[in-house]
Design a binder for this molecule. Sequence first.
Ligand code: SF4
Ligand code: SF4
Ligand code: SF4
Length: 443
Amino acid sequence: MNKETSNKSREIVDEGLIAGVRKLTPARIEKVINQVLKKETGARLEAYINTCVHCGLCSEACHYFLSHDRDPVYSPVGKVKQTIWEILKHKGKVSTGTILKAARIAYTECNLCKRCSMYCPFGIDIAYMISIMRRICHRLGVTPQYIQDTAHSHSATMNQMWVKDDEWIDSLQWQEDEARDEIPNLRIPLEKEGADVLYSVIGPEPKFRTQLIYQAAVIMNEAGVDWTMPATPGWDNSDMAMFTGDYELMGRLKRLHFETAMRLKVKRIVMGECGHAYRSVYDTGNRWLGWKDMPIPIIHAVQFYWELLNEGKLKVAKKFEEPVTFHDPCNIVRGMGLHEKAREVVKAFCKDFVEMYPNREHNYCCCAGGGVINCGPPFKMTRITGNRIKAEQLKATGVKVVIAPCHNCHGGLDDIIHHYGLGMELKFLGDIIYECMEKPNAV
Ligand code: SF4
Ligand code: SF4
Ligand code: SF4
């Protein structure tokens, strides 16, 4: 991509950002910036700012930088320079134009994927600094329209997709009915007190990915798991508030999720295949709430599948024949180290596994994460042009099936696969397991 195209993609108009900056005054900008910096950052931000030697070694880590022909404005340190450093340099006395530019960069040109931290000799957490910029933008009311809508949905309904309480229960009953054609004794237990597992999903599942609820119910049933779903809000652990910088709302969401599990007296929570929702309980939301440990243990689906497999509860009926590759989602791999467990499950169910390179904690992000895909259609091409490197990485595997155990990764990879004409098919780990597992109760 040449510089002209690259810079053009940076001129996007977003109604939410524009409406937000129109209401700003210099006094308000300065006040909010200094409140956040003084009350919410402390030594961590200061240490990062004072430690960085501007060496640029983090640049080679970032897919935006690599995909834009090494344009320095897309390097991690370049993005920090244009945002939080600019603000610090001027002690909060910055123009509305600076805020608009900083918001666009912070929300749409960084996935908070933390790959760059591994390349910095000091381990500086660029994603943290970009998050502080987002926090300031949220407090100023300057957020992209689409992601703000999902945050509003969280606030009003406690789920990301404006799913009404009765729609949630209807979706579960519908999937139970469907699944009973295949497995007559199958139930999706609701409000079962004292179950071993509360299974939590994210808003898109009842809204437009109901087959995942069906498949999870089959896996639970056939593996003999004592499980339940809640009938009340608190079932959605996704968290766009974490990405807009609305930490107060993030805290409400995490608290309700755990309170729901505690009300049902379950032994632990198993989360579906979502990366950011898991991050919201091991990295961000839990810390904001000041929790050292979770009130109830919570694990990601990858770990759960791995346990079921190793305990002999999940059995392989046949191997998936086509060659597959595996995309390591940042939030469960770089963030939580689930890469080997994921591979064990993939290799158990698939005949021919092909690694993509780089892989594991070095994998490139899908460019959807960090809420970037939730910034909606205006920024679709920002994601696609910002991750040409991912298309090259996928293509080099030579295979046609990609497994990605993360909702956002599916959204991001899907756009890349289509735009770059890769002709690949995306699957969740649950898709493969459902297709290849033993189902002793099936008719
Ligand atoms: S997208 Fe990832 S690698 Fe790039 S600056 Fe953000 S956190 Fe770093
Ligand atoms: S690698 Fe680390 S020290 Fe070097 S520019 Fe990047 S953040 Fe700063
Ligand atoms: S969507 Fe997937 S790859 Fe992208 S940041 Fe999230 S976990 Fe990482």
